[in-house]
Design a protein around this ligand. Sequence first.
Ligand SMILES: CC(=O)SCCNC(=O)CCNC(=O)[C@H](O)C(C)(C)COP(=O)(O)OP(=O)(O)OC[C@H]1O[C@@H](n2cnc3c(N)ncnc32)[C@H](O)[C@@H]1OP(=O)(O)O
Ligand SMILES: O=C([O-])CC(=O)C(=O)O
Length: 468
Amino acid sequence: MSVPARSLLKTSRPTLLRAAYPGARFSSTSAKPATLKERLAELIPKEIENVKATRAQHGKKSFGPVVVDQLYGGMRGLPALIWDGSVLDAEEGIRFRGKTIPECQELLPKAPGGSEPLPEGLFWLLVTGEIPTQEQVQELSRDWAARSAIPEFVEEILDRCPPTLHPMSQFSLAVTALNHNSAFAKAYQSGISKKDYWGPTFEDSMDLIAKLPNIAGRIYRNVFGQGKLPAIDANKDYSHNLATLLGFGDNQAFVELLRLYITIHSDHEGGNVSAHTGKLVGSALSDPFLAYSAALNGLAGPLHGLANQEVLIWLRKMQAKIGEDASDEAVKEYIWSTLKAGQVVPGYGHAVLRKTDPRYTAQREFALKHLPDDKMFKLVGQIYNLVPDILLEAGKAKNPWPNVDAHSGVLLTHYGMDQMQFYTVLFGVSRAFGVAAQLIWDRALGAPLERPKSYSTAAIQKMFADKA
Ligand SMILES: CC(=O)SCCNC(=O)CCNC(=O)[C@H](O)C(C)(C)COP(=O)(O)OP(=O)(O)OC[C@H]1O[C@@H](n2cnc3c(N)ncnc32)[C@H](O)[C@@H]1OP(=O)(O)O
Ligand SMILES: O=C([O-])CC(=O)C(=O)O
């Protein structure tokens, strides 16, 4: 059964649900709280009308001029994308559906005995704009656990990768291969109508997120020789299961760290390389697995997600050269030597942010609570006091402050995960939440194929030749 968007607005919940799940049975008196898909089915028709009204009212309004430098300068500041899950403010940092990181830490459901938000709740917030109940979050944990197994041939692909193949390349290979069982690709081949695209996209997105711990865990154990992969426990939350697969499930503080880590790395509006890549590839109606593996390849770059690995490598090299308790003078000299060698200081600077990244602050607060005396944490703090002035003096970076990657590796290392080549895989597990949430909405709202206009330098010169 399919119901046109306009009439869905006036339709009762059971009827809506029947539209979203042909063949399923729903009762109007059921006390069970709505699942994420049920809630989404209620929100979509309203949002379709909301977008229509926004376009009717503002569609012809201008954001101001586009200047040629923006075409050459990596499109900084170019208003070009719709992204609903989060918006980034240059001074204040990220807000997930309008909520800051401290607000999410306060409002989102926690695990029993835990104090960090459960990423399940964050995903619900990204998708719906609403704070879920404890029960809804538990249901999501159970749903993801039930979907978590990866096909045997994907396990074989991973097992055949040489341990020298970077974990991010392995990750991307495995996610691409998940496309084998894509509900969206299958539905498209059987001629699904455009207005129903969101259903199988939702299913693929849920599968994608659910299967990432098994992929990440297998890569970790294959590459770093940590023994056989344990099974997912349907009664544990997503982060606890991921920690167990990585071999840290008995360490409550590490489990808490993963909950925080996955929450804060999930989304950073739409223009960053990984999010934008996922949206772009998804716009060709490539399924969520293909779209997300492309996003992972972008995340694997050292100016983006790989910076967390680069920070640790840089810190270790620094310690090897100047010792563990080096003076400010020695650290300053090391920072200058990095710049003079034509390299960037990893973990510092940002394309949009102009203040300390609140994700850095959230991790610093975690460290102050759980590992205040850790030597590496102290070095990170020492660097924070020195790098901004040096970058300002060097005079190039528009933002001298630290970003998220300046802190994450130190926390993981503290608990014994010191294989820095793996760090970006954890970032990739988290970023799937933000990219998947937007992919679902893009298909629900009928987002078009992305295809901006490009120009050659010769064309630009010709265009302005008479206007000089
Ligand atoms: C999750 C994330 O993706 S967060 C970012 C992770 N990346 C890093 O931490 C790598 C280090 N940082 C950088 O390379 C940059 O700050 C980026 C890539 C994050 C942002 O790049 P941009 O928006 O181009 O920064 P900005 O406009 O300030 O760059 C101007 C100049 O300052 C330099 N600069 C910026 N940050 C740094 C830095 N941390 N160290 C040294 N130089 C820097 C740029 O390389 C550029 O030099 P150029 O004119 O010779 O090309
Ligand atoms: O916003 C960006 O360009 C980079 C970033 O911090 C992220 O993607 O998390």
